[in-house]
Write a protein that binds this ligand. Structure first.
Ligand SMILES: [Zn+2]
Length: 137
């Protein structure tokens, strides 16, 4: 196996291609647009017949927003560290800003999550992408 799980996690945390490690997951100059495929190794990130794959990243983003931002704000208000109205305003603004700021990480982490459990699907490891697909030959 050429790409280890440690490399997959490192590449996922740094928004790099899980297959070759190049910083090509997102289009340059764009905050939210993912490249359809890696310009460096031609690994396909977004597949025509699997548009639902990244719905998992939205769930991940939602969960991290709840646990990582809204729950702490709620606890701060509950224990009266901050007032109720500042907590409501902070939660309202944060519920919009936090997912936007975490968007890139959630996409990358979701890709990392998949290939962490299925590293043999990476073309660098001799795989042909996800099961039932033949875009990464
Ligand atoms: Zn690549």
């Amino acid at each position: 196996m050429h790409v280890s799980r440690v490399q997959i996690v490192t590449r996922g945390l740094t928004h790099c291609c899980p297959n070759c490690g190049a910083r090509t997951l997102f289009k340059s100059g764009s905050l939210f647009q993912i490249n359809p495929q890696c310009p460096s190794c031609a690994f396909v990130f977004e597949r025509d017949n699997d548009e639902g794959f990244f719905l998992g990243s939205m769930s991940l983003n939602y969960g991290v927003t709840i646990v990582g931002f809204l729950l702490p704000v709620m606890l701060l208000a509950y224990f009266e560290v901050i007032g109720t109205w500042p907590a409501i305003i902070l939660a309202g603004v944060g519920a919009i800003a936090f997912p936007a700021l975490f968007y890139r990480s959630s996409r990358s982490w979701w890709l990392m999550n998949y290939y962490f459990f299925f590293p043999h699907h990476l073309p660098a490891n001799g795989g042909k992408g996800r099961a039932g697909e033949d875009a990464n030959t």
